[in-house]
Design a protein around this ligand. Structure first.
Ligand code: ZN
Length: 149
């Protein structure tokens, strides 16, 4: 494949593994050998209905809960009024709740919003909402509420 940034050679790695909710999913990662372009996506092997995952983060150890977000999903934290939207600049990822807060910290611009994210990183309770119209995202915790969209 060809790199969308520099047209160099794109290395594609495909790996199939079990996801948190017991289905199979395919992890596709692409990296360019000439520039720093990297892309990552999560694709389920079977098709799924749209889902909304609601996680109430109540204590600091909840920050270690793993989240798999596909590139079709939106992540929202209503308490700080911010979201990560689907799009080509927003590839899929697997990370912890803390990792998502770190991503938000990079996205938000105002000092007030950064202060809010720091409060959440320090263990203040908040709500994490993942909406995925293709149903490819998962939260690795029994505390998560799974709703239809
Ligand atoms: Zn490149």
């Amino acid at each position: 494949m060809i790199c969308p940034v520099c047209e160099g050679h794109l290395k594609v790695a495909v790996k199939e593994q079990q996801d948190f909710i017991g289905g199979n999913m395919t992890l596709i990662s692409m990296s360019c050998s000439s520039c720093s372009y990297k892309s990552f996506d999560v694709v389920p092997t079977e098709s799924r209905p749209p889902i909304k995952l609601v996680l109430h983060v109540k204590e600091k150890k909840d920050l270690n809960i793993l989240i798999a977000r596909s590139s079709s999903a939106t992540i929202q934290i209503p308490e700080i009024g911010a979201s990560i939207e689907p799009g080509t600049a927003s590839p899929g990822f697997i990370t912890t709740v803390e990792g998502i807060l770190m991503k938000f910290k990079k996205y938000v611009k105002s000092p007030d919003a950064i202060k809010l994210v720091n409060h959440l990183l320090a263990g203040e309770p908040f709500t994490l909402i993942v909406e995925d119209p293709r149903g490819n995202s998962a939260v690795n915790s029994l505390k998560v509420e799974v709703k239809g969209l």
